[in-house]
Design a protein around this ligand. Structure first.
Ligand code: PLP
Length: 395
């Protein structure tokens, strides 16, 4: 049959058509009233999307650039920080801290798991910043941001959360919990191509930057904040991506019937439903989840059946259906798991399609073929019906 190219990877994700049109139409110069209008509106909308009153900074880089800025701007050589890690993106925090000469304490958990709050509590002494993920994309695990924030309440320790796949898939109360920095990226739930990162920064984190000594130039957040107050960026901004982001935030506002916070809520619930359908389908097909206890709505990491290389499943999706899913990341997980994202522009039909395709892919790699068609779809349908009834009942 005909193949449509469909991205089910946890970044980059499927593009929003209205954002693509906005990007194609963006021919403005960045030192003009037109651009300033767009920039000011987009920064204000990002606050609603993140759910914060704090200033938001937009950067022309992928998500890791904003992670780096959160280390270089908030630390001095010799400072002690705490990294909470259970996957490849958690390990990136450790590498960044090392690159900036920062002493790094680590609380870790095996891939597929999350750490305990007790273990975090034991390591907080003398720590200036805690770095963590909201959702660990490499393992499909959701970490307890609220729990960590509670441990830090009333202390001087800052909390920095990489929510690059968390935003738009996970409910966060950024200001209520006291998250000092929370980071997002364009190629995830906001449905546009890679190239932009954004982060919100609390007043006390801004204050801290006046005293920190690590080097920074392009990623100097205070310089960006000054420019943003005038409706501009410090350097040439990625104008077309910002036009696309503006259109994507309009779309999310539409999901909330004109209210962007409600739209964010609806987008998170959309991801939750797709993830719950996918998990139920995988289990009905005899598969197990890599994240057993604390699965994220951003991405489902599914174990390949015993004796099967997950690369064969990834290849099956691509060759038979034009669908791109992700293999495991890094030597430890490559070949063992495959990951299906629910970030952003994915709906009921996408979810059902991936489950139907999974049944065929499993049938084609099991020898002799023994997969019965339907159990995965049936389980996904039940979850959808339950959640749809629930949603209708709560309107
Ligand atoms: C995608 C992602 C990043 C950023 O990766 P980039 O390639 O720099 O965009 C960081 N953390 C998490 C959890 C991610 O999913």
């Amino acid at each position: 049959m005909l193949h449509k190219n469909r991205l089910y990877t946890p970044g980059p994700t499927q593009l929003l058509p209205s954002a693509q049109f906005a990007m194609a139409a963006a021919t403005m110069h960045h030192r003009t009233a037109d651009f300033r209008d767009l920039y000011v509106r987009t920064l204000a909308d990002l606050k609603s999307f993140i759910g914060t009153q704090n200033d938001v900074i937009l950067m022309a880089c992928s998500g890791s650039g904003a992670m780096e800025a959160s280390v270089s701007n908030l630390t001095s050589p010799g400072d002690k920080v705490l990294v909470l890690t259970a996957g490849k993106f958690g390990e990136r925090w450790s590498s960044l801290a090392k690159a900036y000469g920062v002493k790094t304490e680590v609380v870790s958990a095996p891939y597929g798991e999350t750490w305990t709050l007790d273990a975090v509590k034991e390591k907080l002494d003398g720590v200036s910043v805690v770095y963590m993920q909201g959702t660990e994309t490499s393992t499909g695990v959701r970490h307890d941001v609220e729990g960590v924030a509670k441990l830090l309440k009333g202390t001087d320790t800052l909390l920095v959360v990489d929510a690059i796949t968390g935003l738009g898939t996970t409910h966060f109360d950024v200001d209520g919990w006291g998250v000092d920095v929370i980071i997002g990226g364009s190629q995830k739930a906001v449905m546009i191509p890679p190239g932009l990162a954004f982060l919100s920064v609390s007043e006390r984190a801004w204050k801290k930057m006046d005293a920190t000594k690590n080097p920074r130039f392009y990623f100097d957040l205070r310089k960006e904040r000054k420019s943003a107050a005038k409706g501009e960026s410090a350097y040439t901004p990625a104008t077309s991506l910002i036009a696309g982001l503006g259109a994507a935030l309009d779309f999310i506002r539409g999901m909330g019937n004109g209210n962007l916070s409600d739209g964010r809520h609806a987008l998170v619930e959309n991801a939750e439903t797709a993830a719950a359908m996918t998990r139920a389908a995988a289990e009905a097909l005899g598969l197990t989840m890599f994240a057993k206890h604390s699965p994220a709505a951003a991405v489902s990491a599914i174990n390949a059946p015993a004796g099967v290389d997950s690369g064969a499943i990834v290849k099956g999706f691509r060759n038979q259906f034009g669908a791109v899913v992700a293999n495991g990341q890094g030597d430890e997980m490559k070949g063992k798991i495959f990951r299906v994202a629910h970030l952003g522009y994915y709906d009921y039909l996408d979810t059902i399609a991936i489950v139907g395709a999974l049944e065929h892919v499993l049938a084609s790699i099991s020898k002799p073929a023994h997969v019965e068609f339907g159990p995965g779809l049936r389980a996904a349908q039940f979850v959808y019906a339950q959640r749809a009834t629930f949603a209708a009942a709560t309107v």
